[in-house]
Design a protein around this ligand. Sequence first.
Ligand code: AMP
Length: 282
Amino acid sequence: MIAWSARAQAAGKRVVLVPTMGYLHEGHLRLVDAAHEQGDCVVASIFVNPTQFGPQEDLARYPRDLDGDQDKLRERGACAVFAPTPEVIYPTGFQTFIEPGNLASGLCGARRPGHFRGVCTVVALLFRLTRCHAAVFGEKDYQQLQVIRRMNRDLHLGVTITGVPTVREPDGLALSSRNAYLTADERIQARALSATLEHLRTEVTAGNRNVEALRQRARNQLEKASLRVDYAEIVDASTLAPLDEVTPEARGILAAFAGRTRLIDNAPIGPGSPPVAGTSRA
Ligand code: AMP
């Protein structure tokens, strides 16, 4: 990977990285499309990063399809696929990690201790190994995007970071590799995540600015659909701090379990925000 990047650099190319954990869907491929606008060579990494999974999480059963992923990436014009083994990324003796601050302490950070430490560490490693000029991430993992932007600034990594809006199924469900775990019933329940965000948005547009009441409605709507709420928050889009009152920068951000599968979603809900299902795969 390093030698390939050195050659690309020597030829004056701008390398753009799309980090993924594989089992690619149209959401990932939209990142590849966006990456083409940022440079000359798009490298997609496929690495199910063990350090971002908790001991009780789904590392062992995370879906994988390297051959299918490579076909999809080739079709979308990626120049290279970097699919290292865990031993390449974390050789024997590895012991240095990046510890993010406040942005990583709430929401998924509170529910998944050590998750963003693993994410920051692997993303910094991928930035170095690919020597990328730019990298593209999805707004689907909104807290991750904010944490990585902060790390990139704090550590002067010098990578141009682009965020891409969430790609959704026609019924609003955010595309996710983890959707493959859902049973038919759970797939129906999972619609409630995007529906709840859209409900929050229309409530705000109708003049409801009371965060506490809106949060309660969101929880009720998710529970009514038989989802188990992990969190349902309304936060400032840049700081991720909980809001007292809805502002133009307000973002609804949800995590809930459909059966054993943990799903996340988020969307801008401030006055004038676009409809949540507006970014479909079509
Ligand atoms: P993952 O493979 O889940 O680690 O995701 C790799 C990248 O794809 C991350 O930057 C995600 O935010 C992004 N991504 C995942 N799902 C979507 C989606 N539905 N729309 C846009 N980006 C996504």
